[in-house]
Design a protein around this ligand. Sequence first.
Ligand SMILES: [Fe+2]
Length: 364
Amino acid sequence: MSESICKVSDVVFVRFQLIDLEPQKEYLNHFGMILAHETEDSIFFRGTGTAPYCYVATRGEKDRYIGTAYKVNHYEELEQLSERMGVKIEHNNEPGGGKKVVLTDPDGIQIEVYHGMTLNDPIDTAETVLNTGKRKNRTNELQRFGKADSEWQVHGDKWVYELTSKVKRLGHTAINCVDGKKSMKWYSNVLGFLVSDNVITPDGQIGGAFMRCNQGDMPVDHHTLNNIQLPGERPPGDNPTFGHAGYEVTDSVDDLMAGHYHMKTVDKYYHEWGVGRHLLGSQMYDYWRDPSGFTHEHWTDGDLLDESVEPGNPAFRELVMAQYGPEVPATFGLTMPSDEVDDFRSNNPKISDMIKEVETAQLK
Ligand SMILES: [Fe+2]
């Protein structure tokens, strides 16, 4: 395999254009992010980790996913990208500073690659110690989260659980591609991504992959990118390429579950899918749509792989059938206004029903 132009070490943030920033600020607060910077036209939200921000939106005429930003460990990698891709190295005038190059992937997604951004001090949070049937790690100390029962407060006429998840960092994006193999090749050749698991379609073709950063013997997330070629027509709406953005929560399962009950009881947002435990990547997941219909995931306890692990070729059912959790809805991976989701779901088969059909046909 030929050497890639650079090897990105991680994803940093996702960038959107939104008509109205105020509802998104409220959503991201509920989702468990922290406003790091704000200008008249832009918002920058961070997690508890060291990235200067993990979500950026700028006011514009349309709700639009613009792209994703990654980082490299060495300035020479920006120089290589500049030379080989024919783009210039720019000074980053937004918060965080550093230098960047701006590329476009085969599906028209803007890809920014940064070096030298100033890191934040991480925000310290208490770590949960769990007792299990096999191992007792906590004695003479009561298990309490946030303000315990005081997290439940009456807002108007209903109870709201006030403790949010604590987002730590952006961990991955999922994108819908016109040509899955072409996208895989670009991310592999240009950004150095490795295949963790190929996406094998029901007819046995490679239709995309779960891809991870190549950091040699340093273990990294099972997937930093999931590029997938959806069957048939391009997805509906103005944002066919955006599947979702997945953010790791700071602590473990309780952090994810607190966020679930917070989002559920504020009762303002569409719950897309969860809570469950994926097969590919193994993380626990919970997906919520934002006011513009973009899907964001809380996740925890994902797999970490180093460069030595060869690509897997899992059956199609492993892609969407979780280890446990609700059946995957027809709208998963598609961006659409939340008030159109119910209609789409009632007019289209569930993805799990399509798998059932394929498997039943194979048995005949
Ligand atoms: Fe995800």
